[in-house]
Design a protein around this ligand. Structure first.
Ligand SMILES: [Zn+2]
Length: 336
């Protein structure tokens, strides 16, 4: 676990920005990505010479969905510590979290395989070696949470864990893996992997100095798992919680729907409301505003914006309201 030179991120971004310039003819300049150009320049000495504005860390709004796999480098986000031993290593759209314990290193969720190199670079930029990962936990089996797992397993030999009720669906590798995302659009194919550790509600992963608790929170999928752990920020303890299945798209897309999903999701919301949570993580960075919070951390705002009990309560209220609206809509359509 050797610390890599600080300038490596710059080199990688500069490299991909260079590739991009080569790949795009001059007449396509309107498609060029100013954020990439800025981040490459702002990371080096050129920034002061060009007097560029500060890099905007949360750039999701500027990234077009159709570019996810064509220009994967635009998905890059910085890696950083949220709390002691808890790190964000995801990208602009897809979250991954790294938990470094005495007894092992745990990664929660992997992005699409096209973004593997961004994940590896994020882990390395923090001074950790992806080869040292011992366990890869998954919130659920959809491709945007499992897409790079096979590659990470090959690099590290890590064990994969997933909610027991999701494993059969993963193995089917059907359209429910979410590989067929929209009409006339196919996401890149899925690289299958073995799940050695089926997870049940109440399972505890002991990392020596810390423990990850597994919570079965179905609805989004039948086997969606959430994870909680006690963490420390500036010497104070907090209850961190990652809700694994906030997406309501299972109500909108038939292929993501499973029998009993509404009842499950209602029970999950009740369960979440009963938890004592003051640091909530995002299954996607935009769910809890991960990157916006990090921008505030960089501005020196204390206490850490990640300590956000009110934001969590608000999230649950909005989620229930949106969920009930969608269920009512679905019932209305069924009765037509
Ligand atoms: Zn999903």
């Amino acid at each position: 676990m050797k610390q890599l030179p600080q300038h490596l991120t710059f080199l990688v971004v500069a490299f991909v920005a260079g590739l991009h310039t080569t790949a795009c003819p001059a007449q396509n300049d309107e498609n060029s990505d100013p954020a990439v150009a800025q981040s490459s320049a702002a990371s080096g000495d050129a920034a002061s010479a060009l007097d560029l504005p500060p890099i905007k860390i949360d750039r999701r709004a500027t990234i077009k969905r159709e570019d996810w796999f064509v220009r994967p480098w635009i998905m890059h986000a910085p890696a950083f510590a949220i709390a002691d031993n808890l790190y964000y290593v995801g990208n602009q759209w897809f979250a991954s979290h790294l938990i470094v314990g005495e007894k092992g290193i745990v990664l929660i969720d992997t992005p699409h395989k096209e973004h593997t190199y961004l994940l590896l670079e994020s882990i390395r930029s923090l001074g950790f070696d992806p080869a040292d990962i011992t366990l890869i936990l998954h919130t659920h089996y959809h491709i945007d949470h499992t897409g790079a797992t096979r590659r990470l397993k090959e690099i590290s030999g890590a064990v994969a864990g997933m909610g027991a009720a999701d494993i059969a669906n993963l193995q089917k590798n059907s359209s429910t893996t979410f590989t067929h995302n929209r009409e006339n659009e196919t996401m890149p194919y899925f690289e299958m992997f073995e799940v050695e550790r089926p997870l049940e509600h109440g399972d505890i992963i002991d990392l020596g100095n810390m423990a990850i608790h597994c919570h079965h929170t179905p609805g989004h999928t039948a086997g969606t798992m959430s994870y909680s752990l006690e963490v420390t920020i500036d010497g104070e303890q907090h209850n961190a919680f990652l809700f694994g299945g906030p997406g309501l798209n299972f109500l909108k897309l038939d292929r993501l729907y499973h029998e009993g999903a509404e009842e499950e999701f209602t029970a999950t919301l009740d369960y979440l409301e009963a938890q004592d949570i003051d640091l909530w993580l995002g299954a996607h960075p935009f769910v809890n505003g991960t990157l916006g919070k990090y921008e505030k951390v960089l501005q020196g705002i204390k206490p850490s914006p990640f300590i956000d009990r009110a934001g969590w309560k608000r999230f649950l209220l909005v989620k229930r309201r949106d969920f009930e609206k969608l269920v009512a809509q679905k019932r209305g359509e069924a009765n037509k």
